[in-house]
Ligand binder design. Structure first.
Ligand code: ATP
Ligand code: MG
Length: 156
């Protein structure tokens, strides 16, 4: 089981020390608009945290992970026959140098990176994540699982 590196947030320090770890989270309905909402949050906090150079990459990676989470949640919904809309959860943690993007969904299926041929039309999202992130992985929770990606500045 792989766990993402998660800096500890000490809330007292976070409010007083600009170099302290920071985090934010967002819960979204698992519907088609979720990836763009997630992108907006990522861009905003990357700027707020003084990490604007990571914004583009973090946005792209988040978009792929949230899109996958929404799709997996959709399959879950069809499978269970429930009329309720599932949620996906996004949280971002930073040590003020790198950002770790975490995306939770309620599906027990795990992500499988494809070895896509260049002309393949799907199976490219996780290849992109693998190329853009310094590291990525997934781990199971009691319900569902988390897929995470570490976004670091060039050369780190
Ligand atoms: N959050 C997830 N939950 C369950 N399965 C996942 C999840 N993310 C990815 N997968 C599985 O891994 C496969 C590869 O994901 P990837 O994002 O690379 O491709 P894709 O979503 O099929 O297509 P594309 O991203 O190119 O539109 C998916 O087809 C799916 O089977
Ligand atoms: Mg995908």
């Amino acid at each position: 089981m792989i766990h993402a590196p998660v800096p500890t947030v000490e809330s007292e320090k976070a409010s007083t020390t600009s170099s302290a770890p920071v985090q934010t989270d967002l819960e979204l309905a698992a519907i088609a608009t979720a990836p763009s909402c997630a992108r907006g949050l990522v861009r905003a906090v990357a700027y707020e945290w003084g990490l604007s150079e990571l914004a583009d990459t973090a946005e792209l990676v988040t978009s792929e992970l949230v899109t996958n989470a929404v799709q997996a949640s959709g399959r879950l919904r069809i499978g269970s026959g429930t009329p309720m809309v599932p949620v996906v959860k996004l949280w971002l943690v930073s040590d003020r140098i790198s950002i770790v993007v975490h995306v939770w969904d309620g599906s027990e299926e795990m992500p499988v990176r494809q070895d896509g041929a260049p002309d393949q039309e799907s199976g490219r999202g996780l290849m992109l994540v693998e190329n853009l992130a310094q590291d990525w992985g997934a781990y199971r929770k009691a319900a569902g699982k988390v897929v995470w990606a570490l976004i670091s500045p060039a050369g780190r």
